[in-house]
Design a protein around this ligand. Sequence first.
Ligand code: DX5
Ligand code: ZN
Length: 248
Amino acid sequence: MSAATAFDILRESSPVVSVGILTADLLSLGSELALLERSGVRVVHVDVMDGCFCPMMTVGPPFIKALRTPLLKDVHLMIAEPLNKVADYVAAGADIITIQPEACSHVHRVLQQLGTLKNSNHPERGLVRGMGLNPGTPLEVLEPLLDELELVLLLAVNPGWGGQKFIASTRGRVAKARRMIADSGREILLGVDGGITRDNITEVAALGVDLIVTGSAVFDGKAAEANAKFMLDAVNVARTSASEVRGS
Ligand code: DX5
Ligand code: ZN
């Protein structure tokens, strides 16, 4: 029997919560990952920042490789000129790899390059290629790229830090991106990243997105396991009501 692809896993469990790990206790990474696994989380989000495209510097391929976990690794590259750098992240174990068009001179070529790479965890699992869009980037940038990607990730904050406030115009952008994807006739997942907390996750899930990234609201230094379970419960409610609407 062949393994399910990362794309299928995400699509079948939509909406999926992807938990940002950078505000976790990085010196206790193993137990922080175990906590996510125990809570029922299936995807871990890693924000890679290079001190160039983003003011902050975070982590690189060795960190991705050090994440020994069955969770899908959702790697968000907020780095300048990822062409010829993406292979190292894939080799380190990325299952989902998202780039930013604002950071690329040759964005289509980077997607093509990703299309030639195999998932290093399981060759049959495939890679999900994502396009992350800053809040100020027009959605039209997606149009010529839709044939070469599997995920659109709308940033609801400007890239740089965890713990920022959700930008309200993201709601309209989600609706517009959904229409663009539907009109393309392609199966492309839609996600939102940034500013998602206990207070707004229910509302964000109800927008009809497939992937919800939340970081500092889970790893808040207090009750990470309870926070993760809260987020999962909230999206489960959205999933159930969406399937009831489809069935009615
Ligand atoms: C923004 C990052 C986000 C963000 C998530 O630069 O891409 O992933 O840090 O963190 P919270 O959930 O704290 O906004
Ligand atoms: Zn991110």
